[in-house]
Design a protein around this ligand. Structure first.
Ligand code: MG
Length: 349
């Protein structure tokens, strides 16, 4: 068992262990006074794992109701949240009760948002089942949904009372979903840890995935505990995400996953950094090579004009400027405030 302690306003632990899904009930019993739980999961994950979690909870005499929504980013909107609220209210959940999020990033973000807002906030536990959720989205307390105008525009900061990571769940993921998570893994090496980046370059990360997950959540924990509400350092976690979000937006959020878009975004912003003398020469090529090792794309058909235009509505814009996360070199990152009017020029190489 690996344990990573997160010292946010409300501290909690991340537990990494194969088979931990079967002990979920014991953790709930230990950490919460809940007598009832709503298990939120999706149509992909439910058939694989819901019974194991349900069994574990009922063994501890916790009454459980399952809420299953249609898998996919298309479900990440307020309509689905309304349906979750209905399940919570019909089951007469009180402030002492708990929501269990079993699934990938979309599930954690939505179950977390429902937990943050129902009865002005109830506890929740994350059981992330995708690599992306295990290394990134289940840690840090960001919850929310997409609006028609953009991704994650409505949300709340709400920390879980625990994150239980079972790396065995990765066995049921398709290669695309593994690649999706690997983009965030590579991101952590880029922004904070050159030795970790070099480890990844050996190409065998999937063989040591438990250690990889621990390294990623430890890096994220360090950043988030210093800057829970993204006033500064936490922005570094958005490396590759500004142009990545542009690509996702331009593609209408179909045909390309978040991780694929972030991979391209990391390469593009590193190239821009090299052009402006901010980033050590050769960095973009190294990132591109590593992305290819883990079956991630590194190029896009969209023009720099399209990418810059799409970035205008990004959350990271403020007062006519956009905060771009850049690298000085692998393992060292910085935030560069760039006027929106200069963005297209800045990223064009
Ligand atoms: Mg991301």
């Amino acid at each position: 068992m690996k344990t990573v302690h997160v010292d946010t306003g409300k501290p909690y632990d991340i537990f990494i262990e194969r088979g931990i899904l079967d002990s979920c009930g014991e953790y709930v019993k230990k950490l919460s006074p809940a007598q009832k739980a709503v298990l939120v999961t999706d149509t992909n994950v439910a058939p694989h794992y819901q019974w194991r979690v349900l069994n574990s909870l009922t063994q501890q005499d916790i009454r459980v109701k399952t809420h299953i929504f249609q898998a996919g980013e298309e479900s990440k909107h307020l309509g689905t949240i309304s349906e979750i609220y209905k399940t919570l209210a019909d089951f007469q959940m009180t402030r002492k009760d708990i929501i269990i999020a079993l699934g990938g990033g979309v599930c954690g973000d939505m179950a977390g948002f429902a937990a943050a807002t129902y009865l002005r906030g109830i506890d929740f536990i994350q059981l992330p089942t995708s690599l992306l959720a295990q290394v990134d989205s289940s840690v840090g307390g960001k919850t929310g949904v997409d609006l028609p105008q953009g991704k994650n525009l409505a949300g709340a900061f709400h920390q879980p009372i625990a994150v239980l990571i079972d790396p065995d769940t990765l066995k049921t993921l398709s290669d695309d979903f593994i690649a999706d998570g690997m983009a965030e893994v590579i991101k952590y090496g880029c922004i904070k840890d050159s030795a970790f980046f070099e480890e990844l370059e050996k190409g065998d990360a999937l063989k040591r995935i438990d250690d990889v997950i621990e390294t990623c959540v430890s890096i994220k924990r360090d950043v988030v505990s210093r800057d829970e509400r993204e006033a500064g350092e936490r922005m570094l976690l958005n490396f590759g995400h500004t142009l990545g979000h542009s690509i996702e937006k331009l593609s209408g959020f179909t045909g390309i996953t978040h991780g694929m878009a972030v991979a391209i975004g990391m390469v593009l912003i590193a190239k821009a950094g090299e052009k402006h003398g901010i980033t050590e020469p050769g960095t973009a090529d190294r990132i591109a090579a590593l992305c290819k090792t883990y079956c991630l794309p590194t190029e896009t058909e969209y023009s720099f004009t399209e990418l810059a235009d799409a970035a205008m509505g990004d959350k990271k814009t403020a007062g006519g400027n956009i905060n771009l996360v850049m690298l000085s070199k692998i393992g060292e990152s910085l935030i560069r405030k760039t006027p929106l009017s200069e963005l297209e020029d800045f990223i064009t190489v």
